[in-house]
Design a binder for this molecule. Sequence first.
Ligand SMILES: Cc1ncc(COP(=O)(O)O)c(C=O)c1O
Length: 444
Amino acid sequence: MREPRSRRSFLGAMSSAGAAVGLVSRRAAGSDDALPAILGGKPVRDRPFPHWPVIGENDEKAWNDVLRKGQWCRLGGDYANQFEAAWANTLGAKHCLAVANGTSALITSLAALDVGAGDEVIVPPYTFVATVNAVLMHHALPIFVDTDPETFQIDASKIEASITERTRCIIPVHLGGAAADLDAIAAVAAKHKIPVLEDACQAHLAEWRGRKVSTLGELGCFSFQGSKNLNSGEGGAIITGSDQLFEQCQSFQNNGRGTRTAGFSYVRNGANLRMTEFQAALLLQQMTRLDEQSRRREQNAAYLTELLKEIPGITPARMYDGCTRNAYHLYMFRYDGRQSGGLPRARFLEALHAEGIPASPGYQPLNKEPFIKNTLQSRGFRAIFGQVRVSDYLEKTHCPANDQLCEVAVWLTQTMLLGPRSDMDQIAEAVRKVQKNAARLAKT
Ligand SMILES: Cc1ncc(COP(=O)(O)O)c(C=O)c1O
């Protein structure tokens, strides 16, 4: 295993936070009423969290094997085939198709579902932009359904009201690695005969009632981008139980060829969105650690929840009963500044950083991003939807619960859950310390 990333920049950043407030008397860390590090006190933590990715000798060997064989493209190679078989087996899925990245997986899946110009696709506003971009790439309208603030997932009870005769697909995102409410989503999808495309890009090994997410909808998509729990720098996969959808996805991501091979014969339009042999070889090795790492995240997260829920103003994200396994790509909680002496979230986060806990505020409301309006005002969209429908859409797109959530959310990343249990004690200790000193911090 490699050495952790250089400590210098991490410690440097922390000491500058302390130095900024000048010399203040220092008290020992470890007690909650100690002077906050942002005011010059001793930080709760002075070590970085575990390095990501974890790199072993097996990764190096696999990478070199691809290099030396010289078969770097998957056409004619075997690593991508092997990875597809292994990932399908892990998930209990019939088909897995490896692709270049998660965005490609979503674009390809929507193409296979024949989503196109003039269609509507239901999406959550609390997600990474790629979920929405994939819809826009097909000249379809993303219809935002508000978020359940307790779980951070799409509010499934609000989906039906957003369905029209143009709705072609529902995309639940298993945000942070917990599952969206797949019972409710499956019920509304079945009632209206609309396919479900699970965005499982953050949810490797997560489960809904004992089944792996990505296998419950018509299609499921994964990302293996650098931050993800299963990582090859970039990478993606499509999961489906349908032979027909599999064939269509396979063709689309291989420039519309009828088979997986090279050649100059095409059956549909498509693009080159193939995974390389390098990515696949690395994934096969990274997969050997995934279950153990996931268990550790789960155990640490469960312990952290017990600690955090006792702290006033801190509410960890709730999981739906059906979520039998959470991948914990993110550990998410809500921060209520009113219970913390009016300390704004931004200042709370600054103070946590100074304590050595790099928490972040997470997403902004995606439905309000100017790029959506700009895209819909483009020539293509105006030609398809007309100015009146575009204006009507923009006027009606409101997700108030999500707006509120975006103001109070706090994220910890998956790597922070990979260390020993004592790391969780330190996270909770830092939160408690900042919370106890909130009134004082709010004035500085
Ligand atoms: C929810 C979600 N969907 C889609 C993607 C896109 O995946 P990629 O970055 O591999 O294209 C991501 C990646 O961050 C994601 O988090």
